[in-house]
Design a protein around this ligand. Sequence first.
Ligand code: SF4
Length: 335
Amino acid sequence: MDKKVEVLAPAGNLPSLRAAVDNGADAVYFGFRNATNARNFEGLNFSLSDAEAGIAYAHRHGVKANVVLNTFPQADDPGLWYRTVDQTAALGADAIIMANLALLDYCRTHHPHLPIHLSVQASASNAPAINFYQRHFAIQRVILPRVLTVAEIRSLKDRTDVDLEVFAFGGLCVMAEGRCYLSSFATGVSPNVEGVCSPARAVHFENSGERLKTRLGEILIAEYGPKEDAAYPTICKGRFEANGQVYHTMEEPGSLNILEMLPEVIESGVVSLKIEGRQRTKSYVATVTRVLRQAVDAYYESPGTFQAKGKWIRELNATSEGATHTLGTYEQGWQ
Ligand code: SF4
């Protein structure tokens, strides 16, 4: 059997990184406390000394540490992005996660020994695109957008030598990632510089009698009855009217959870299973990492008889958006 698939966990701060390592992650990923990563939230992310401590902790436990630099240089200070590439190389990170062509070129030229993982922000989801990045920038791995079926991933594997990383758990982004203007339309700002596509300052919750309305900017995203759990308003997961019906027209507000298809996903040839959620709590990181670790180990113990345990699903649902989960596009067809 091929090398065991990697469990890759998010870290929004040092305590989360330690929680990921302590709960069985094979690798962790984190970004710096500035605009160079797409989860640029107040109070989140790593200073230089945090990064040094985090990488040292991970390495002491035989865990890899990848640095995220997945936004695009802004015209007023592109130097920050280049300095971050240099910093990441100097820190001895195991990989740098990037999408911008100029940064890819800079990294390959100035730090040829630093492995590059092509960020999902590059939206590379077909073999010619992935092979282009490999040819020009020697990328070692691509993080696939959450828009492919397992059959498509399997066929991609046959047509590229680049390692494939896929999302296994967490929030879903249903568009060609890095190319979605839905939230920019609603909020007037780019997710690339705001850290997220539904920034808190654009989110509104309104009580209207017994009902609760959620809005992003001026746009009504959903209306909930008294017994319904309200999801954080993300425009692609809103309930809108289409053809006389009100429903989730683009995507349900549940979390992606591949446990029920874990054998198929592993056997498609991917090298890494990524947990989304650098903005989530330490407890989320600990729970999801532990459950995914147990599930992956159970699969390798007996690939032919693997079954997702009810206990795992319940534990993961308790951390999920809307307390529900979906297999996303790994299985689902579009409406
Ligand atoms: S609005 Fe939805 S599709 Fe667009 S970036 Fe956010 S999660 Fe992705």
